[in-house]
Design a protein around this ligand. Structure first.
Ligand SMILES: Cc1cc2nc3c(=O)[nH]c(=O)nc-3n(C[C@H](O)[C@H](O)[C@H](O)COP(=O)(O)OP(=O)(O)OC[C@H]3O[C@@H](n4cnc5c(N)ncnc54)[C@H](O)[C@@H]3O)c2cc1C
Length: 397
């Protein structure tokens, strides 16, 4: 049996950040992870370049049953704090749109930084160690016994940073939720989020051949949440940043409304075309502002009249404008945890201190990162919450 002050389950973003902070405070820290490598999700994130934070991260960018919960941690460890950390290590990175920061070379550079921090802080990271059980022996006032496939550990503080359920191939397991339930903590229903939509067969047939087409849109969910970003037709359905974002707000059976021309007022544009280019066909003119293959589908369905634009009457102009500015689509479902970026729901934040992430019911037991009911938007917000919750917890264990 190995004895340590702090045992952390999960060598992901949250676990490694927490480990280094606790180690710098002089605690003995062991991190266990079932993977062969640490931080496998960081390595694949952002297409291999990891969108590791967002400069504009605020509590409004997170979904959580208690919207105030994230405020404390985010204010005590901001995206600038993380940028300062990677700057000290000389990470090469660049700014993309909407405040998103990505590594220039590879996400491995970021993992190297976290592992260096852990090394400097004297943290031991034990890989290929799957957690089998957690117990709280009756004869000890404090402390936990954790059995892994390799070792047993006794620790004063146990930090669960085991992530959500997405990408089971990368070692996602429900262990964190099980530990929470074992200690009588409430766990909210989980759902795949930041995930592509699948379509009903009739829509799949309609859009067969559009795979690969990307267009700038504004997508709105039934609760009125809006995102202005690209959508992408895939061979299974719809993806792209706007769809991934809205998937977190979508529930089975609901429709989403897509403004296909968010930068235009189509009624005005059609009126102008009637005056200036009346002989040209509606189809050809619309193909200058929408992908041609998509226009062809709408012509085939009779939504777009195949005639000169001057022949459109006012009601036809209004109907076309309404259709393209509020295109309704009812997804069949999502691609699920297999391809989702994050898990909605998880350990109920009412059970945890927002300052330390310690369980209110079970002293010494902490939950950080994706395992808890905090889900960020697409764009580096999820990692920022991992850094912030890991940092806060690392000061408290
Ligand atoms: C394809 C993809 C791309 C993404 N891109 C971005 C991005 O660019 N920006 C962003 O902010 N977010 C991104 N995310 C989301 C982000 O990766 C997660 O929110 C984040 O990794 C969660 O970190 P975590 O430390 O909480 O958990 P994880 O990173 O999931 O780490 C949990 C660790 O626990 C280990 N573990 C689980 N069960 C056990 C067990 N029983 N025993 C031992 N170990 C166990 C796992 O092996 C894992 O290493 C992406 C996610 C995916 C899937």
């Amino acid at each position: 049996m190995i004895t340590t002050d702090v045992l952390i389950i999960g060598a992901g973003a949250a676990g490694l950040m927490c480990a280094a902070q606790a180690g710098y405070r002089g605690k003995s820290v062991v991190v266990v992870d079932m993977g062969k490598k640490p931080a496998r999700k960081i390595l694949i994130s952002g297409g291999g370049r990891s969108n590791f934070t967002n400069e504009n991260a605020t509590p409004e960018n997170y979904l959580c049953q208690n919207p105030h919960f994230v405020k404390s941690a985010l204010s005590r460890y901001s995206s600038q704090d993380f940028i300062d950390l990677v700057d000290r290590h000389g990470l090469q990175y660049h700014h993309k749109t909407l405040g998103q920061l990505f590594c220039d070379n590879s996400a491995q550079d970021l993992v190297d930084i976290l592992m260096t921090e852990c090394e400097w802080a004297g943290v031991q990271v034990n890989l290929r160690s799957e957690v089998l059980s957690v117990e709280k022996p009756a004869d000890t006032e404090q402390g936990f016994v954790v059995k892994t496939t390799e070792q047993s550990y006794q620790c004063k503080s146990l930090v669960v940073a085991s992530g959500g359920l997405t990408m089971p191939k990368l070692g996602a397991t429900p262990i964190g939720y099980k530990i929470a339930e074992q200690f009588d903590l409430n766990v909210l229903e989980t759902l795949a989020a930041l995930v592509p939509f699948t379509l009903h067969d009739h829509d799949k047939q309609r859009f067969d051949g559009l795979s690969g087409i990307s267009l700038f849109t504004e997508v709105t969910s039934e609760d009125g949440t809006k995102f202005k970003e690209n959508i992408l037709f895939t061979h299974r359905g719809l993806s792209g940043p706007a769809i991934l974002q809205i998937s977190s707000f979508w529930r089975a059976g609901q429709a989403v409304t897509i403004n296909l021309l968010p930068e235009h007022n189509l009624t005005e544009t059609l009126n102008q075309w009637q005056k200036e280019q009346g002989e040209k066909s509606v189809k050809n003119l619309l193909s200058t502002i929408l992908p041609k293959r998509f226009v062809d589908v709408l012509v085939k369905e009779g939504v777009i009249a195949d005639k000169p634009v001057k022949q459109l009457n006012h009601p036809e102009i209004n109907v076309l404008g309404e259709y393209l500015h509020a295109w309704k689509i009812s997804p069949n479902g999502t691609e699920g945890y297999r391809t989702a970026e994050v898990t909605l729901g998880g350990v109920n934040t009412d059970e945890l201190s927002s300052k330390t992430f310690e369980s209110k019911k079970q002293p010494g037991l902490f939950f950080i990162g994706e395992v808890i009911d905090v889900t960020g938007w697409l764009g580096g917000y999820n990692f920022q919450f991992c850094w912030a919750s890991g940092f806060a917890c690392g000061q408290a264990v």
